[in-house]
Ligand binder design. Structure first.
Ligand SMILES: Cc1cc2nc3c(=O)[nH]c(=O)nc-3n(C[C@H](O)[C@H](O)[C@H](O)COP(=O)(O)OP(=O)(O)OC[C@H]3O[C@@H](n4cnc5c(N)ncnc54)[C@H](O)[C@@H]3O)c2cc1C
Length: 316
């Protein structure tokens, strides 16, 4: 067993147990070397904000399997940041998942966001078979990670990986039945999930109501709020497509419209809206704030600056 930097030994479960707020930033793995260098420039800037952890997304059906792994390991070994990989199970076999978990454990990664993922658009059913065969739902992936943990297979953590899951304050588009949805969220918790990271939302009331509904359903794990600052009209439209179901409140649309297509003004409106969401969430004792950075640092740095702090320690 090789030794790892001291920061890597911090377990997010202990942070939640102490009721301390977490701050995290999300990245996606760039497809080109130039994109990776640009991302690392922004990562260096964001490192100064001292987030609790950063997360790296996973392409549909494992399409970024190696890229996600490499970016996670590079962040782990070359920065002071604590990376959490996203892992989706659609299209993966049990053996695939086992191998991925082993590699992350060996690299000293101690938390994973366990997701089902969506069907990759070009999945070849005839050649590749049923993509949901081994893991129909995220709860099956949570169970597999828990089994890995319980078998003591994580060489750097006695408790193994902390397990995050997705939550949808405004509901998941595949589940029109909102009561059933909470039962399914509860099933992931019962399989061993430790915390929830939510889909982005623009009205905090949706998050507070989700938190209360979780409580009523007996879901007692912390919910980290997903916040995405709008930085352009194009980005807003793209996100509306990716985060299907996310509601854009009328006052936000009005504010964006007032900017009249001026790119810089739209960005200021979006960052202001996200900053107000963060301030209100902190006032309402949120367990964590997860900022979707879209691989850029400016909006996130502006949010911190407008909240009046130098880094995440000032927000505690
Ligand atoms: C914070 C966050 C990060 C994300 N990161 C990524 C990423 O990196 N890569 C990526 O590809 N996608 C990502 N996604 C998107 C996510 O993969 C999709 O939204 C996916 O459709 C649902 O994933 P899930 O983990 O919520 O799945 P599940 O919890 O399995 O739920 C999916 C659907 O199945 C239903 N369901 C669950 N259990 C059952 C059951 N027993 N019987 C019948 N139906 C059931 C649920 O109600 C829901 O409608 C992310 C989402 C969030 C919120």
């Amino acid at each position: 067993m090789h030794s790892l930097p001291e920061r890597s030994l911090i377990d997010i479960r202990d942070i939640f147990a102490q009721r301390r707020t977490t701050f995290s930033f999300e990245f996606f793995p760039p497809k080109s070397a130039a994109g990776a260098e640009d991302l690392f420039h922004h990562i260096t800037e964001l490192e100064q904000l001292r987030p609790t952890f950063v997360s790296v997304t996973y392409g549909a059906g494992g399409s970024t399997r190696q890229l996600t792994h490499d970016l996670v390991v590079r962040i782990k070994t070359s920065t002071a940041l604590d990376p959490m990989p996203h892992l989706t199970c659609v299209g993966h076999s049990e053996a695939d998942i086992d191998q991925i978990l082993e590699r992350y454990a060996a690299a000293g990664i101690n938390k994973i966001l366990a997701l089902r993922g969506d069907m990759p658009k070009n999945w070849d059913h005839a050649a590749l078979g049923d993509p949901h065969k081994d893991f129909p739902h995220a709860s099956d992936l949570v169970r597999a990670i828990k089994r890995f943990n319980d078998a003591g297979r994580h060489p750097h953590s006695r408790r193994g990986f902390a397990i995050g899951i997705a939550g949808f304050p405004e509901g998941h588009p595949d589940t029109p039945n909102r009561l059933m949805e909470l039962d399914r969220l509860k099933a992931k918790v019962d399989q061993g999930a430790d915390f929830i990271v939510t889909q982005l939302f623009f009205n905090n009331r949706d998050f507070y109501d989700f938190r209360e509904r979780c409580d009523l359903a007996g879901i007692r794990i912390p919910s980290i709020a997903g916040i995405m600052p709008i930085t352009s009209i194009g980005g807003m439209r793209k996100m509306a497509e990716l985060a299907l179901g996310a509601r854009y409140p009328a006052p936000l649309i009005r504010a964006v419209n007032r900017a009249g297509g001026d790119d810089d003004a739209v960005r200021r409106v979006g960052v202001h809206w996200a900053t107000e969401q963060c301030r209100d969430l902190l006032d309402n004792r949120v367990a964590g704030i997860h900022l979707y950075t879209l691989n850029k640092s400016t909006a996130t740095r502006e949010i911190y600056a407008t909240l009046g702090v130098k880094d995440s320690t000032g927000l505690l």
